[in-house]
Design a protein around this ligand. Structure first.
Ligand code: NAI
Length: 482
């Protein structure tokens, strides 16, 4: 791991390769490139932006878009396996951001990287934190909130957070990190919260965390839910996973997908893309669901909707996409066929009972991010990316074009939070989504490169369907007098 300047990456000599791939990606990311053009070099001037989002080639184009608009950026990945080291190297060498990310971090290193990304080397009087956060899964936001809580207790009676107070191995690491820094900087997180103008959150799981904090009235700044822009969740989660699930399985195992029995757990946006991809590959696809509507949708798409327990002994591949925990347990894996494949594409690894399988089976490493867990009777299952999201752990995540739509939403959210930072438009403790006009704008920016010819509504038609006086008329160029 190299850390010569204000960065920590695996190998800075990969920067040339990273730069070439970033240049290829730029052509496939028309939304981001259009933002650079439209909003110009001053739109984020003076804004300190801290990001916690998979440090890939596509993310490098996002970072450089925010930088091109004047942002001062620090970055880490939001998963220990998802960094593309050449992307991190190019961003570090060319000083697009201070970056702390490499593929294969330990959990301790992961949280150190998050700490580095959120801490500016200079305190400009307003504290050493960011003005804005770009989050994916909510880990950076969580660190701020846990730090803030710990400072309140410490101020009251000098109590430091106790890692032994939790059974969760990762949370122990977070508490230990906060406890270590607390006596040195007892106001750090209060200053961070006071300075922050808001967070924009990328994914379903992170958005769930934000709504929970909004409900409990603990959210310390405004938030924009980027996931629920139509041009994010109905594209990235769906078409992105449709592309990157088979990519991950094939790069990891080279297994023949046609004819195999595959279970997709969860039929939300991600599950729908995954099930379609496996069907297209010629697999026999089963779906599990808890939601009757999604179960009915799966059934009417021609998938067999089953309980995992009914099919577990006969299947070749099982993939979790639920964003929920405890979906495949060690007992389930013990019943599977020899060399059946187990993977997760949801945000966190707790969909698969990794602790359980580590206890009852012997781990045999095949190659990075591919392990065979051998049970006492000699049969084994192949677990991808240690139960972490396999499309980024075993492959390179979603392709640039679909990430352009997601990251254009991120960019618009960041611009909006910065532009409105003193207007009071976005209130502390509240979660917002971007307006439909911006969602439509994101889609619009991606039409030309696919050769789409969009039909224009006539004024009469707009009137007939009753949208003339809505904000959508803006795009028609129709002037309404109020
Ligand atoms: P979603 O909420 O649309 O879908 C989740 C589905 O799982 C729901 O239909 C729900 O009813 C179902 N479910 C919940 N508990 C279940 C259980 N015990 N058994 C079976 N089904 C169950 O969420 P979405 O957008 O599909 O995201 C799913 C996860 O994937 C999240 O963690 C999200 O953050 C992550 N994600 C990962 C991406 C990647 O590139 N790896 C991309 C986008 C999202």
């Amino acid at each position: 791991i190299m850390s010569m300047g204000d960065y920590r990456v695996a190998d800075i000599s990969l920067a040339d390769f990273g730069r070439k791939e970033i240049q290829l990606a730029e052509v496939e990311m028309p939304g981001l490139m259009a933002c650079r053009e439209e909003y110009g070099a001053d739109a984020l001037k003076g804004a300190r932006i801290a990001g916690s989002l998979h440090m890939t080639i596509q993310t490098a184009v996002l970072i450089e878009t925010l930088k091109a608009m004047g942002g001062d950026i620090r970055w880490c990945s939001c998963n220990i396996f998802s960094t593309q080291d050449h992307a991190a190297a190019a961003v570090a060498r060319d000083e697009s951001a201070a970056v702390f990310a490499w593929k294969g971090e330990s959990l301790e290193e992961y949280w150190e990287c998050t700490m580095n990304a959120i801490t500016w080397p200079t305190d400009d009087g307003k504290g050493d934190g960011p003005d804005l956060i770009v989050d994916d899964g909510g880990d950076m936001t969580l660190l701020v909130h846990e730090g803030y809580k710990a400072e309140e207790l410490y101020a009251k009676d000098g109590t430091l957070p106790d890692p032994a107070s939790t059974d969760n191995a990762e949370f122990k690491i977070v508490l230990a990190l906060i406890a270590r820094e607390l006596p040195k900087t007892p106001q750090k997180w209060h200053k961070v919260a006071a300075r922050m103008y808001g967070v924009s959150e990328e994914t379903t799981t992170g958005v769930h965390r934000l709504y929970l904090m909004e409900k409990n009235k603990t959210l310390l700044f405004p938030a924009i839910n980027v996931n629920d822009s139509v041009t994010k969740s109905k594209f990235d989660n769906l078409y992105g996973c449709k592309h990157s699930l088979p990519d991950g399985i094939m790069r990891a195992t080279d297994v023949m997908l046609a004819g195999k029995r595959v279970v997709i757990c969860g039929f939300g946006d991600v599950g729908k893309g995954c099930a379609q991809a496996m069907k297209a590959a010629g697999s026999i696809v089963y779906v599990t669901e808890v939601d009757p509507i999604c179960a009915l949708q799966a059934s009417m798409e021609g998938f067999r909707v089953v309980r995992l327990s009914s099919v577990i002994a006969d299947i070749d591949i099982v993939i979790t996409t639920t964003g929920n925990k405890g979906i495949i347990m060690a007992e389930d894996m013990a019943k599977m066929k020899n060399n059946a494949i187990v993977g997760n594409i949801g945000h966190f690894d707790n969909e698969i009972d990794m602790d359980g399988v580590m206890k009852v089976a012997k781990r045999e490493n095949i190659k990075p991010q591919v392990d065979r867990f051998v049970f006492p009777d000699g049969h084994g299952v192949i677990v991808l990316a240690e139960g972490r999201l396999l499309n980024l752990g075993c492959a390179t995540g979603h392709p640039s074009f679909v990430m352009s739509a997601s990251f254009t939403n991120q960019t618009l959210a960041q611009l909006e939070l910065w532009k409105e930072r003193t207007s009071g438009k976005y209130a502390t403790g509240k979660v917002y989504v971007l307006p439909k006009v911006l969602d439509e704008k994101v889609a619009r920016l991606h039409l030309a490169s696919l050769g789409v010819e969009l039909t224009e509504l006539s004024t009469e038609q707009a009137e007939y369907i009753g949208i003339l006086d809505s904000c959508e008329c803006l795009r028609l160029g129709v002037i309404i007098s109020f």
